[in-house]
Design a protein around this ligand. Structure first.
Ligand code: TH1
Length: 818
């Protein structure tokens, strides 16, 4: 039986009782943090009951379930999310209000679990939310990093990284499950013994090992009593006892094991769309893959005896190549631990694993040096060698005489282990994350593989959860939508279509814009409190928030702001609607160009925001520490959404969808899921500019782009570029931004200057912004465009995405819950 949240009255009492029993305090004397913890326990009580019920039904109904394997789960805060999904948010809000407390302050006490970098990690979190809401049995499998994504401080305009100590105090929504611990082994060597039956036994010796302990987090479905599990693994040394008893011979090994366990889950690598080939990262990958597979097989064998039938109950989805060791580790477990021969093990493995590709960026493609790989995972390496040998035979058979092709496609080549090749070779499904991206995979990046296995390739356009990004982040708009079209959209976003009937209703449009204004005021206050900058809620809020990467072209945005500033100074009489340009972005700690772009944005902001002569027409704000929790408020307040990646580079993007859901209008390139937004919206409700992906790809192939030509053609570009290096934005050190200047113009710096075609797209970007200015001045027209975006967002729910994964790839059974 589904357990419901208590009523407001009961909640008031329960929260007070909890404060008393947990902290021996009257409610009036409790701190906000203590009230948060009490609320968390009250909500947890309900969650745990439903969790238990769900897991019992699991055993009873024995459905097929998906294990979503991911190095990242950017779940964000859970208190608010759980209250929404258990249908008790308003009740808790009211209870707290009756007790004289603002729920926002209480939610703000929770650390924001940042176990991911950006889109890829947040996608995994949205998928878990949708799986539970659609009643599909699922496990998320990941790592319990002690330090998640760093906190960003801006000091004198520069980014500083501060460790994110989210586990400093106990996290109330995790449960340690010591009963499901497994050993994971590294290093050593493999000895083999021929058995009397003619088979070979492989014995791993001389290794170091750690114990993997899972922490389970509840993943609640919306209003259905379903609670799935996110298991994140922590490492502990197994040798502590031996160390304590001073078993002398093993003392060194015990110390090694201890250090191994300490380092393994310490910190998330803060690179987005970029690989740092560190051995520790490979260790992290093997660690969580091995532990998760052991738990999955253990669970399967508790209720089944034929391991050959594993694919009927289990599917592993690999979130990018980071968990590709799933392939070889599953082979190892099936052969070495469960006695299958190669062919049987391969049969099972290739029906259990599927792969999602999230990027075509070369620097994100995982390739491990063979010697590191072999030293760390000697048995796994043997298995990879055999997979590769058979795979190369298969290519030769299919394309006789094409040795080049065999070399290009091999898993082991040039002294490297190519993880994507292994994922595609073994996976029964290979999917991209937006229609355009999948086409580029098939026709360009993975063309060889597509020729070999066309049937494996499919598209699954990304999506986002409307429960977090509208209901929680923008409750005003959410309530308004409920008043207008009912509640169906909460679990069926296509129903937003009904809002089209309001597109010509002046009163509704006005209400809609009033809500936007309220949300802009909320953000303006946040900006004032955090940045000390006063922004006008009546100005256009033009927002770009996402990881900082050159391909995402925050540089294009800020260069355009510099250009606008020049225009306004030169033509003070110019008709210009006041605009606030808002940025939020973390740069990977070692990414120098990206960090310099943050500094440029801040310096441009400092000059413009302090220039009284422009009459507050322009403001530039860099929001510090962009993360899931402040993102919700930022999306809710945006008028314009900047989705301006170089066409072909952004596989999908998901921020674009969150803005659309909140009624912002996009300025974007024909890239990633922008293309599909354009198709849903029609050209009148989105501002498209720049080169197409075909044009970009052609220039890259032909090497015929010269940014100097672009500069010479356009005096505005010349002026802006000269201001990068004349001290205009860095009086003390005019050379500060020289590296940015060089990256755009100097061919000696990179293979090709202006790798991401910033100057090439500049003029067309400026034109698109002029159109936005025109459109915004007609307030009613703008309201119609913005509401049109909400009305056509249906496709971009992660509920739709998950249903497609289920229908085409996973074939899961729904869990029945009474
Ligand atoms: C992102 C893609 O850049 C983005 O376009 C997409 O919407 C998102 O994944 C979800 O599909 C990626 N993030 C990473 C992170 C790492 C490596 C590759 C990618 S691709 C660490």
């Amino acid at each position: 039986m589904k357990r419901q949240m208590p009523s407001t009255k009961e909640l008031e009492r329960e929260i007070k009782d909890r404060v008393k029993s947990m902290f021996r305090k009257d409610f009036e004397d409790a701190t906000e943090e203590e009230i948060y913890r009490a609320c968390a326990e009250v909500v947890n009580d309900v969650v745990i009951d439903n969790w238990l019920t769900t897991q019992k039904e699991f055993v009873k109904q024995d459905p097929k379930c998906v294990y979503y394997m991911s190095m990242e789960f950017l779940i964000g805060r859970l208190l608010g999310n759980n209250m929404i999904n258990m249908r008790g948010y308003t009740e808790v809000m009211d209870a707290l209000a009756n007790l004289g407390v603002d729920i926002n302050l209480i939610e703000d006490q929770e650390p924001d679990p940042a176990l991911g970098n950006g889109g890829l990690g947040r996608l995994a979190a949205c998928f878990l939310d949708s799986l539970a809401t659609l009643q599909y049995p699922a496990y998320g499998c990941g790592i319990r990093y002690h330090y998640g994504m760093f906190k960003q401080k801006i000091n004198d305009g520069f980014q500083e990284e501060v460790p994110d100590d989210w586990l400093q105090t106990r996290y109330p929504f995790e449960l340690q499950r010591s009963e499901y611990e497994f050993e994971v082994k590294f290093g050593g060597w493999v000895r083999y013994e021929n058995q009397p039956d003619g088979s070979t036994k492989y014995i791993h010796e001389g290794y170091n090992s750690v114990i993997a302990t899972p922490y389970d987090m509840p993943i609640t479905g919306f209003d259905n009593g379903m609670v799935n599990t996110l298991m994140i693994w922590d490492a502990k040394p197994k040798e502590v006892f031996r160390l304590a008893s001073f078993e002398r011979g093993d003392y060194n090994k015990a110390v090694e094991d201890m250090n191994l366990a300490r380092n393994l889950t310490e910190v998330l690598y803060p690179n987005d769309n970029h690989i740092q080939g560190k051995e520790l990262r490979l260790k992290q990958q093997y660690f969580f893959v091995s532990a998760s597979l052991q738990r999955a097989i253990d669970k399967y064998l508790r209720y089944h005896n034929d391991i050959m039938r594993l694919p009927e109950k289990v599917v592993f989805q690999m979130n990018d190549t980071h968990p590709t060791l799933t392939v070889a580790e599953l082979m190892r477990l099936l052969m070495d631990e469960h006695g299958l021969g190669w062919d049987d093990a391969w049969e099972v493995t290739t029906h259990c694993v599927a792969y999602t590709n999230h990027t075509i960026m070369a620097e994100a493609l995982e390739k491990w040096p063979e010697d590191i790989f072999k030293g760390l995972l000697p048995r796994i390496y043997m298995i990879v060698e055999e997979i590769n040998r058979r795979f190369c035979e298969e290519i030769k058979a299919k394309f006789p005489g094409d040795d080049e092709k065999v070399h290009r496609m091999a898993i082991l080549a040039d002294g490297q282990v190519k993880m994507a090749h292994m994922a595609i070779c073994a996976g029964f499904s290979v999917n991209g994350v937006a229609a355009l991206h999948t086409e580029i995979l098939k026709n360009v990046s993975l063309h060889d593989f597509y020729e070999m296995y066309p049937e494996k390739f499919n598209n699954k356009t990304n999506g986002i959860t409307q429960r977090r990004f509208l209901m929680h982040g923008n409750y005003k708009l959410s309530d308004w939508v409920i008043k207008k079209i009912g509640r169906g959209w909460i679990t069926d976003l296509s129903q937003m279509e009904k809002l089209t009937m309001l597109l010509d209703d002046k009163k509704s449009l006005q209400q809609f814009m009033d809500i936007k204004l309220e949300n802009k005021k909320r953000l303006a206050k946040y900006i004032f409190d955090h940045n000390g900058i006063a922004v006008d809620p009546n100005s256009i809020f033009d927002v770009q928030v996402k990881r900082l990467h050159e391909y995402k072209r925050q540089l294009l945005n800020i260069l355009h702001v510099m250009y606008l500033y020049n225009q306004i100074k030169e033509h003070p009489e110019m008709d210009f609607y006041p605009t606030t340009f808002i940025f939020g972005a973390k740069a990977s700690a070692g990414y120098e160009n990206a960090k310099l772009i943050i500094k440029l944005i801040n310096n441009v902001g400092a000059v413009i925001n302090n220039d009284k002569s422009i009459d507050n027409k322009l403001k530039v704000v860099f929001i510090e520490d962009y993360r899931v929790s402040n993102a919700e408020w930022i999306f809710a307040a945006a008028d314009v959404s900047e989705q301006i990646s170089t066409a072909s580079k952004e596989a999908s993007g998901t921020g674009n969808m969150k803005f659309m859901l909140n009624g912002a209008v996009t300025i974007g390139t024909m890239d990633g899921a922008n293309v599909e937004m354009y198709q849903e919206l029609g050209g009148e409700n989105i501002f498209i500019f720049g080169m197409s992906s075909d044009e970009v790809i052609a220039h890259e192939k032909n090497h015929d782009y010269n940014p100097v030509d672009e500069m010479n053609k356009n005096p505005h570009i010349q002026k802006v570029l000269s201001q990068l290096v004349n001290g205009n934005y860095s009086i003390d050190n005019p050379e500060l931004f020289r590296p940015i200047y060089n990256s755009l113009l100097n061919t000696q710096c990179t293979e090709r200057a202006d790798t991401y075609f910033v100057l090439k797209d500049f003029a067309s970007y400026c034109e698109a912004h002029e159109k936005i200015q025109e459109a915004y001045k007609d307030r009613e027209k703008w309201a119609r465009m913005a509401l049109s975006n909400v009305a056509h967002v249906g496709k971009f729910s992660s509920d739709r995405t998950i249903q497609e994964y289920v229908d085409d790839i996973w074939h899961l059974d729904k869990l029945e819950l009474k």
